[in-house]
Structures are given as C-alpha cells and as structure tokens.
Design a binder for this molecule. Structure first.
Ligand code: MTE
Length: 162
C-alpha cells in the first residue's frame, strides 16, 4: 500500500496554540483507505521550511504521496502553493482543478484556495485547504482517482482501462 506524509501549515498549530484537526481528518481518511501514514508534521507558514520538508519526504523518505493542509488562501502568510511549486518537477493541475470544481458546488469561497498539485521524482504532492471541513470534502472527492494516479506514477500499473 502507498506510504504517505502529512504536512500541516499553520503558525498557530506549530506553536501549540491551536489543535490540528485538519491533519487528523487526513490521517483518518487515509488510514481507512489502507494507506500508511509514515510522517506527520506541523510547520509554521514559512516557504523554506515547507519546501524543505516536502523535499525530505520525497528524496529521503521516498513517500508516494504528500498531502498538505492550510496556507493556500490570500493571507500574506499563506505560502504553501509557492513552497510546492518550488520543489515539483512536473505540475498536476487537474487534481487542484477537480478540488475547486467540486468545492465550488459547496461554497463559492472555494475560488479563494490557491492550492496546487505536482510531482517531485516519484512523489505526488497535493495541497488541501486549511479547515477540517474543506479537507474532508476535498480529499474524499479525489482519493480514488489519486490512488489510480499513484499506481501509474509508481509503475504498479500502466493501464487506464477499467
Ligand atoms: N473548499 C471546500 N471544499 N470547502 C470549504 O469550506 N473553504 C474555502 C476554500 N476552499 C472551503 C474550500 C475558503 S473560505 C478559503 S479562504 C480557502 O479554501 C483557503 O483556505 P486556507 O487558506 O485555509 O488553505
């Protein structure tokens, strides 16, 4: 089964001033789907720290999937998409388009998420929004298709036919 890392981008969460409910939502959904969560970390909204951890999860830990939550909005401290773009070799815009497409049917504010998705080496990196509600909505919508993408990325299948 695929090995996953979770990064929560939150200034308050990293200082222990706010409980990280969003990271836990990701954890629960993935465990139920049979994924193995190998690393889970809360970092401040700092571009260098975020991109360094994404590289670590890809290059050193060789995780198949990295999911981030938070830091995708318009606040000056929101830099998760920039950190992601910096470390990716190839972008996978369809995943973030799908999240926004689905989320817009729930709230027009979904247009305010600047989240991106991309591939670094053999690792798929996906930004999710920050709230536990948004995380659940987005992840449950994409997870089965993402699973197929991971099978192709890791060479477990070359077939798209069902
Ligand atoms: N997507 C879904 N599915 N559900 C939501 O409630 N909230 C939006 C958006 N995406 C939302 C959503 C809001 S209000 C914002 S500001 C952006 O995500 C960015 O959130 P972030 O800065 O916490 O990442």
């Amino acid at each position: 089964m695929f090995r996953v890392g979770i990064i929560t981008a939150s200034d308050k969460g990293s200082k222990g001033e706010r409980e990280d409910l969003s990271g836990k939502v990701i954890f629960d959904i993935l465990e139920k789907k049979g994924y193995t969560v190998e690393r889970y970390i809360i970092l401040p909204d700092d571009e260098d720290e975020l991109s360094r951890e994404m590289s670590n999860m890809s290059d050193e830990l060789k995780l198949d999937l990295v999911l981030t939550t938070g830091g995708t909005g318009f606040s000056k401290r929101d830099v998760t998409p920039e950190a992601t773009i910096k470390v990716c070799d190839r972008m996978a815009p369809g995943i973030s388009e799908a999240i926004r497409y689905y989320s817009l049917s729930i709230t027009p504010r979904a247009m305010l998420s600047r989240a991106v998705s991309g591939i670094r080496r053999d690792t798929l990196i996906i930004n999710l929004p920050g709230s536990p509600k948004a995380v659940r909505e987005a992840l449950e919508y994409i997870i089965d298709s993402v699973h197929h993408g991971l099978e192709i990325l890791t060479g477990k299948t070359g077939e798209c036919a069902r």
